[in-house]
Design a protein around this ligand. Structure first.
Ligand SMILES: Nc1ncnc2c1ncn2[C@@H]1O[C@H](COP(=O)(O)OP(=O)(O)OP(=O)(O)O)[C@@H](O)[C@H]1O
Length: 296
């Protein structure tokens, strides 16, 4: 569990709750971003993802500008930053979710275990099984709870017998902290569950195909505080087995769940550091301005 400097924490808390925070006079000389330069510790010893000089454009608009970053094996890393700064765009490059957007162009080197994510011969279905995704809004299929979790293992041929599939479904629901609530209603339609249960079901669905990485794009933004706490607890438990990348608008959440935090600004990766460091003594003026509520 990470801690924030109390004054920064208080301001971050106010900002998370939408309160207005006094804006100090601008110091533009401290807020210059040098393209391609990230302060702090963007690189690690044992990267799962090695991302180098990544730029992403939608048509002629560059949404991601020359970002280099490692994502460590079994690390939880948070992406934070003002709306529209490119967090989701960058996240979605990691399992090629942007492929379906015709005008989106990705440049640079993206390696997963030293293999090119964007190689022309890369099997994207297999990639997305290894790098699963949980979205902002829970999106279970209009099928039973069982069939939601069994869907991936079935299409990937992970279970030959019904008993194997049953085991995968049970284990995935257990890991997602949902087994006790779901075991007596596996045949009920998933859309009848509460929002928090549906989101944990989506996590179980991602886990069922044995991913190595789980990408989470604001996974708690549609959940109440109790459901949020359960998902955060789950993230902490899952970090033993998976690499987790989480986009969040809640700085408190980033502080609670992640080992490193990455601060994005206008398509640049401004700072990456140990989460404690980002929230107690950020190195870049822009990071400090953001976490103390000067903009958001
Ligand atoms: N499908 C798209 N087509 C064109 N432009 C897009 C598309 N998706 C995102 N963008 C643009 O790319 C930029 C980055 O958007 P992105 O959604 O990645 O930011 P974000 O930091 O995740 O924002 P938010 O916190 O509001 O979700 C924005 O200017 C956005 O308008």
């Amino acid at each position: 569990m990470n801690t924030m400097n109390p004054s920064i924490a208080a301001k971050a808390n106010m900002q998370d709750q939408g309160a207005e925070i006094p804006v100090p006079a601008d110091r533009p000389e401290d807020t210059i971003i040098e393209e391609g330069r990230t302060v702090g510790k963007p690189f690690v010893d044992d990267p799962k993802f090695k991302l180098r000089n990544v730029s992403v454009s939608y048509g002629s608009d560059r949404a991601i500008k020359d970002i280099s970053l490692d994502i460590g094996r079994n690390e939880v890393i948070s992406f934070i930053g003002p709306s529209g700064c490119g967090k989701s765009t960058f996240l979605r490059c990691l399992n090629r979710m942007n492929d379906s957007i015709d005008i989106c162009r990705v440049e640079g080197q993206l390696l997963l275990d030293d293999e090119d994510v964007y190689h022309s011969k890369r099997d994207v279905v297999e990639l997305r099984a290894r790098v699963g995704m949980v979205f902002q809004k829970p999106n279970p299929f209009p099928k039973s709870i069982y069939d939601n979790v069994a869907y991936g293992p079935r299409i990937h041929g992970l279970a030959n017998r019904k008993s194997d599939l049953d085991e995968i479904v049970e284990n995935s629901l257990r890991k997602a902290g949902l087994w006790e609530e779901a075991k007596d209603r596996l045949d009920s339609v998933a859309t009848g569950m509460s929002g928090g249960q549906q989101q944990r079901l989506c996590i179980a669905r991602a886990i069922a195909v044995s991913p190595e990485v789980i990408l989470m794009d604001e996974p708690c933004s549609a959940l109440d505080p109790i459901a949020t706490a359960k998902v955060e607890e789950l993230i902490s438990e899952m970090s033993e087995s998976y690499t987790i990348v989480i986009v969040t608008h809640s700085m408190q959440q980033a502080a609670r769940v992640s080992r490193r935090t990455a601060y994005f600004h206008l398509g640049h990766l401004v700072e990456v550091n140990e989460t404690d460091k980002v929230f107690t003594s950020p190195e870049h003026q822009l990071t400090e301005s953001y976490i103390t509520g000067r903009f958001g």
